[in-house]
Design a protein around this ligand. Structure first.
Ligand code: C5P
Length: 230
């Protein structure tokens, strides 16, 4: 894998003009971008297609969940947009439908394991009969069985996921902070070097790149750190 593909830059910005400015400043250093809710609803979907056409890889983080027919058809449309990754919630029906929708394309479906905002008490209140780690292990297996490409989980869930499915899934993790970067609202973090050593395939990094005075310099420092441990 091109070392640069390991870093997915989260374009969590309020409008397309700001996103374009970030992409321009990062230039060839960044090959992979994530577009989520904040940008998607203000022209971000068309922008994501333009990015893909310009040769960048794009991760559309829309965390879909609906009846199988709706998922399969909708995912088929995303596959035709030339996206590299799309997230869906990791329910077996939704995973299977998404895999069917993406079949024959280059789109990889990522299952969202368990939202990191949920703890065991939240799961019990939502009616689940198991805790967070057991549910992550179960969902990792189900994502694999459905033929999906990977899983989104926190760096601290890595051992649970690898224990459940070995190398069967690509692992994509947010919560990455270069040493000295502001934590923001992230609590359980790893540095880029630690993430690579832990076996993470792709790290999603937003504010440490997009929210600093010199994004290109921040990106280069992250690439250098990854290179040093690869
Ligand atoms: O700015 P920061 O590096 O914290 O951005 C992390 C990205 O990963 C954001 O787009 C955020 O929505 C996403 N994410 C996360 N934690 C999760 C799931 C997704 O931070 N559990």
């Amino acid at each position: 894998m091109d070392l640069r593909d390991r870093v997915i830059v989260a374009l969590d910005v309020p409008d397309v003009a700001t996103a374009k400015a970030v992409v321009e400043r990062l230039g060839d250093r960044a090959t992979f971008y994530k577009v989520g809710y904040e940008l998607a609803f203000v022209g971000g979907l068309a922008f994501a297609q333009d990015l893909a056409k310009s040769g960048k890889k794009v991760f559309l983080d829309l965390k879909l969940h609906d009846i199988p027919n709706t998922i399969e058809k909708g995912v088929g449309q995303v596959a035709r947009m030339g996206m590299a990754f799309l997230t869906v919630h990791a329910y077996p029906q939704t995973l299977a439908a998404a895999a069917r929708g993406a079949a024959g394309s280059n789109l990889g479906i990522l299952g969202v394991s368990v939202m990191t905002s949920m703890d065991d008490g939240d799961l019990a209140r939502a009616g689940y009969g198991m805790g967070v780690q057991d549910l992550i292990a179960r969902r990792a297996k189900q994502i694999c069985e459905a033929g999906c490409a990977g899983i989104v989980c926190s760096a601290t869930d890595m051992a649970t996921v690898r224990g459940a499915v070995g190398q069967g899934l690509k692992i994509v993790t947010p919560g990455i902070r270069p040493a000295g970067a502001a934590l923001g609202d992230q609590k359980r973090v790893m540095t880029p070097g630690e993430a690579i050593r832990a076996g993470i395939d792709h790290m999603v990094i937003g504010r440490p790149i997009t929210g600093v005075a010199d994004p290109a310099r921040a990106m280069q420092a992250i690439l250098d750190e990854i290179q040093a441990v690869s």
